[in-house]
Design a protein around this ligand. Sequence first.
Ligand code: SF4
Length: 440
Amino acid sequence: MTEKPLLVYPDRTDIAVSNLAVHWFFNAFNEFEPDLLTSDSKVGIFHKRDINKTPFVFVSLSYGPDIIKFAKILRNSGIPLRKEDREKGMFPLFICGGIAALLNPEPLTLIFDAVFLGEGECMKDDIVKMFSMETREGVLDHINALEYAMTDVKPDARQVIAAGGSFFVSSNEILHKLGNCFGNRKIVEMNRGCTSRCRFCAASYAYRTFREPDGKKLMDFVKKTAERKEGLALMGTSLADVSSFDEILETCAASGCTVSLSSLKITEINEKRALLLKKCGVRTVTVAVESADPDTRQKILKNITDTDIFNAMEILKKHNLKAKIYLIAGFPETDLQKEAESVIELLKELDKRNLLHDVTISVAPLSPKPLTPLQDAKFMDKKQYKNYMVALKKGCSVFGKRIKLDFFSYRESEIDYKTGFLKGADLIDLINENIEKGDV
Ligand code: SF4
C-alpha cells in the first residue's frame, strides 16, 4: 500500500499558500494526494487527514518562530513534543525541512525523527520510496542512509542544492484556489541564492550560489498567466538579475496582467523598469536600504551609495510609485542613537529633494543568522530598541503624514534569533516557555 503524505505549515492558511515550498510539495507529490495542515486548520484542508493517523508528516519551517507554532499544533493534537516521549509506532514519522531547519538543525532532532537539509528537488525520489515501505524500521534505515538527513543517530548531514536551470516552482492549481497574500496572483519562483553577499543575510550564505530556474518553463508559465490576466507574483531575492526579468515585465505589461514583486535592489530601479512596473499595476516598490549610514552599509557589504538611493527615489516619484524603505537596526559596532540620527538625516535630505511623499519606513532589529559572517553579532536588548524607536519617532514627527513608520516586533525577532542558535534542551525550554503566550 502507498501512503499519502501530510504537509504541516505552522502558520495561517493564507501565509502557507503564499509559500513556494508548499507549492513545490503539492506539485512534486500530486499523485499521492498530499494534504495540508496549518495553524488554523484542525485536520488536513483537502482530505481531512488527521495528524495522528498519517504515517508521514512533513513540516516546513521557513521562519524561526514557526517551531513554536508547530509545537502548539502537536500539543493541540495530544502529541508529545519530544521524540523520546512518543511511543515508537504510535505516532507518525515527523520530518522537517526548510531554511529555519537548515540554519539550526541539531536541536530539532530532539523533536523530529529526521531533519532534511537542502532543496526538495534533490530529495523527491527518496521521499517517494518511503511511501511504499512496509515498516517504520525500514523507513528509518532508508532515512539514515540519506546524505542530507540528520537524525539522532546520524548527526552528520550535508545540505543538497539543485543545479541552476534544473528547478521550477509555480502555483499549484489546488492550492491556488485557496487564494494567497499576493492578491491571489499566480506565484512563481524567480531565483535561489543572491548575486550580492550582504554580511547579515542568509540568502547567499545558506542558499548558496545564485541560480535561475528552468528558463523555458518560467517563460511558458509567465506567458500563459499573462494571457489569462491572472496576475503574477514574482518571488526571489535578486529579481532583476534573472535573465528574463525585463522580458517578464514586458510580457505582463503588454497583456495587461498585474504583477507583484518581493523587492528590488536600489541599483536595479531604472526608468524602463519603473514604467513597466507602473503598467503592470505595481503601486509600491520595497527598496532595501538596510542602513542609512554609508559607513555601516559598506561594512555589511551593502554596496549602495546615497546617490543610488536618491536616484531610485527620483525615478519612483517620477512614475508615481510609492516607496517602502526597509531598514535594519543594531548592526555591530553601531550606536543606535546615531543610527536613528542617520535615518532622520537621510529623510531630511530626501525631503529637501522633494522625494518624501507617502513613504513607509519599515524597521526591524538585526536578527543575526547562523552561517553568515554576522552570526556572532549581539542581538540588541529591548531597551535599546525602544530608545531607538522613540528617537526615530521624535525625529520623524517633523515630516507629518508624508512618512509612515512601521516597526517589526522585538519579541518575534528575539525568538527568531534564539531559535537560530539555541542548542539541545535550551531550544525545548524556549518552546515550552513561549507556547502559551500566543504572540508569535
Ligand atoms: S540583503 Fe538582499 S541583496 Fe543582500 S544578500 Fe540578502 S537578498 Fe541579496
